[in-house]
Design a protein around this ligand. Structure first.
Ligand code: IMP
Length: 206
């Protein structure tokens, strides 16, 4: 989607995550449409809790935490889950810790493939919820990406479940794609586009 970028270029938002992969993907999705401040740049090193049963509540918890720690700066966070139909939506909100602590992308994939070893239904989706706090108001944006879970890993790039996820309409797994290719399908990119569109409209209307 082409967005009227000029209007939000001068805006700065703290991105409430310590996950460097997410920072890179959001930066690539947003481009120079607005300035993203990392937690390191904001001088915030505290762990951010995600204790809830929904992506929306976890995303809100993260943005509220950073909002308080930064003394009321505009900020946003995101929470993402992989929802597998044959596992009745698992690992979902538990995607990061599916195979327990400490968090391991590799063990999470091993557990997913083991739990799906007899599944002929390979349908799944990534779902991202962004929580934005702007001028003390809270807003949400969602992006989804439907696809299939492979029987084994393909590719070495990306993070999380990327090696076993092929989005609908693609021949490659997320791990085999460049960042630009992933952005053509990505749940995170779709949610980020909605936030940018909202910010542009908000600025035009004030
Ligand atoms: P959270 O949003 O930080 O709770 O992360 C959820 C987990 O989902 C991550 O640890 C990854 O394992 C996985 N995940 C989130 N986004 C992606 C993605 O774009 N590709 C693959 N795995 C992802």
């Amino acid at each position: 989607m082409d967005l009227p970028a000029e209007n939000v270029r001068s805006m700065k938002l703290i991105f409430a995550t310590h996950n460097q992969h997410k920072v890179e993907e959001i930066q690539s999705a947003i481009g120079n449409q607005l300035k993203i401040i990392s937690l390191r740049e904001a001088g915030i090193s505290q762990e951010i809790p995600e204790p809830h049963d929904t992506l929306r509540e976890n995303a809100l918890e993260k943005s509220r935490t950073i909002y308080l720690l930064s003394n009321g700066e505009d900020c946003f966070s995101e929470d993402t889950g992989l929802e597998v139909d044959s596992l009745r939506g698992e690992p979902g909100v538990r995607s990061a810790r599916y195979a327990g602590e400490p968090v391991s992308f590799s063990r999470n994939i091993d557990k997913l493939l083991a739990n799906m070893s007899h599944s002929t239904d390979r349908n799944a989706r990534f779902r991202t919820v962004i929580s934005l706090i702007l001028n003390d108001q809270e807003y949400f944006f969602e992006g989804t990406c439907n696809g299939q879970i492979l029987a084994e890993r393909r590719g070495v790039g990306g993070f999380g479940y990327d090696p076993v996820f092929v989005p609908d309409g693609a021949a490659k797994s997320f791990s085999e794609m460049t960042m630009e290719e992933k952005n053509l399908f990505s749940h995170r990119k779709k949610a980020a586009d909605k936030m940018i569109l909202f910010l542009n409209q908000k600025i035009l209307n004030t």
